[in-house]
Design a protein around this ligand. Structure first.
Ligand SMILES: N[C@@H](CCC(=O)N[C@@H](CS)C(=O)NCC(=O)O)C(=O)O
Length: 258
């Protein structure tokens, strides 16, 4: 392959792997690139706001997102997190939502205190992530003539099953408003972020009601939202604008009137 065809941003640079690793673990500032609504960009924003990190929210308008912008990203998709040292030069690009979320959570102490806790919190995080991915792939972005049945399948079959599995673990954890342990973790924040996303969908209120009907899950939402740093982010104009942006954007996925 000729190098002329290498259009997407590389993970590699003149900087050595060791230096890039130091940037990822040392004092850093961050730039998050994602569309100007919530969805996959919501969890890293929660994490950056929660940690009161030094960060820039590079919001992209989906109507003007072009090839040039896509080529500045390793896979042409977002979120992408750029990490720069607080002092000195260099930049590391972190790509893929799962990687961005777990990287930030690790930095900000939201993955527990030992290897077992980290693996278990990541498992709950992945359990939530999978629900949102399933919703996006199987329901939201299905063919227009399949939207009604896709919604019903998600809301009546997949979601109740997911809720009942989650409830077993929440019960075992002491019904304390956390998926695991007794502190806010990445998994708890991801649930709140995913619920924000559901609330933005055309029939999102029906989905959110199913969570409201589960005291165990609803308690996680309330516990996370009661945290002062999370509450401050949710009350900010920036957050409200992103949430409204999501509602507006997802109207295109509504079921047409019959
Ligand atoms: N596997 C990627 C998927 C990311 C993805 O598909 N992002 C969408 C936005 S939700 C995107 O950037 N799309 C670019 C486009 O629509 O051209 C991840 O998990 O981060």
């Amino acid at each position: 392959m000729s190098t002329d065809n290498l259009k997407y941003r590389s993970f590699l640079s003149e900087t050595s792997h060791e230096e890039q690793s130091r940037i990822l673990t040392g004092p850093a500032k961050f730039e998050l690139t994602y569309f100007n609504f919530t969805c996959i960009g919501a969890t890293p924003r929660y994490l950056l706001a929660y940690a009161k990190a030094d960060w820039v929210d590079n919001q992209i308008d989906p109507n003007t997102f072009d090839e040039e912008q896509a080529h500045d990203l390793p896979f042409g998709v977002m979120p992408v997190l750029k990490v720069q040292p607080k002092e000195g030069d260099g930049e590391v690009v972190v790509a893929e939502s799962w990687v961005v979320d777990t990287f930030l959570a690790q930095r900000f102490g939201l993955l527990g205190g030992n290897a077992f806790e980290e693996q278990t919190i990541k498992a709950f995080y992945s359990h939530v992530h999978y629900l949102r991915e399933r919703c996006l792939m199987k329901m939201t972005w299905t063919f227009a003539d399949k939207r009604k049945v896709a919604f019903e399948t998600f809301a009546e079959k997949q979601l109740p099953w997911w809720i009942s599995v989650s409830e077993q673990h929440l019960e075992r954890n002491g019904a304390n408003g956390h998926f695991f342990g007794d502190k806010i973790t990445l998994a708890d924040i991801h649930l709140v972020s995913t619920l924000d996303h559901f609330a933005e969908l055309p029939r999102g209120a029906e989905i959110v009601d199913k969570f409201r009907a589960s005291p165990l899950l609803w308690r996680v939402k309330e516990t996370v939202e009661a945290d002062p740093r999370i509450a401050a982010w949710r009350e900010s104009e920036e957050f409200k604008k992103l949430h409204e942006g999501g509602k507006k954007f997802y109207t295109i996925t509504a079921v047409a009137e019959e």
